[in-house]
Design a protein around this ligand. Structure first.
Ligand SMILES: Cc1cc2nc3c(=O)[nH]c(=O)nc-3n(C[C@H](O)[C@H](O)[C@H](O)COP(=O)(O)O)c2cc1C
Length: 245
């Protein structure tokens, strides 16, 4: 297998880091590699806040649901979808900008995620570990205040970066056959594929926990879909100027 694919297939989230700091030159290189991701119409609709202030890192760790690795990792980043910079640039160039289209929310969120995933891969290629932090959307308004995010900028997720102090197993994924569909959407095999994957995950959890965690993929999904997930997000996004229209 080629080394890039091997690297991609060896990804696992890291939630425990050594005290070793990432050299600044390497840190900058990783961010630059992130920027090389494809970007919709070259709009580069993202900003990354590197949270250096230790007090703010502690506050964010709490606001994200008590995820202490946010305060403990070498570097903590908040990836923000940013429609402010590109719309202001167009405005200065003479455009009468239309704000708040749903498509702008999609473009900025996708751009941000692609950039972040490039950062993740660049980091892993240098032996670093990372964990995405969607938990920052538990309290996006408070976090936006700490980071002084203006209108047309919203925090999509965070990322902890550092040198791994744990070596977790790679988490299985659905087989490619389950997600790759030829010519059109076919779901005849879905139930069987999911049942097979539930078995895979059940084994994974049992082995990883010495028999203590007896669950599977479908069971793990239940709480995600039986509660209203972060219901504050609609109003929060609208307040930030990302509307649904
Ligand atoms: C956008 C996003 C947000 C995430 N948020 C969190 C988080 O807040 N806390 C956490 O511990 N893991 C978080 N994760 C990590 C996922 O739980 C993890 O990627 C998933 O379980 C698959 O495991 P793996 O990354 O080890 O393969 C997040 C992942 C993504 C992509």
């Amino acid at each position: 297998m080629n080394p890039v694919i091997e690297l991609l297939n060896s990804h696992r989230s890291i939630r425990k880091f050594t005290e070793q700091k990432i050299p600044r030159e390497l840190f900058r290189e990783i961010i630059r590699a992130g920027q090389s991701a494809a970007t919709s119409s070259h709009v580069q609709a993202y900003s990354v806040i590197h949270v250096v202030n230790p007090e703010n890192r502690k506050k964010i760790a709490e606001l994200a649901g008590g995820q202490n690795y946010i305060a403990e990792c070498s570097d903590f980043l908040v990836f923000c979808a940013d429609m402010k910079r590109p719309t202001e640039a167009a405005q200065r160039a003479g455009a009468e900008v239309v704000h708040g289209m749903t498509e702008q929310l999609v473009i900025a969120s996708v751009d941000t995620a692609l950039m972040a995933q490039n950062v993740a891969i660049a980091a892993e290629s240098e032996g670093l570990g990372l964990c995405y932090i969607g938990g920052i959307r538990n309290n996006p308004a408070e976090i936006s205040e700490i980071l002084r995010l203006p209108e047309h900028v919203y925090p999509v997720f965070g990322m902890c970066l550092g040198y791994p102090d744990q070596d977790p197993e790679v988490k299985p994924r659905l087989p490619p056959e389950a997600i790759l569909k030829e010519d059109y959407y076919q779901d005849e095999q879905d139930e069987a594929q999911v049942a097979g994957f539930d078995e895979t995950m059940k084994k994974y959890y049992l082995e990883r926990t010495g028999g203590n965690k007896d669950t599977n993929w479908s069971e793990q999904l239940k709480p995600l879909f039986t509660s209203k997930l972060r219901p504050h997000m609609k109003d929060f996004l609208e307040e930030k100027g990302f509307k649904m229209r």
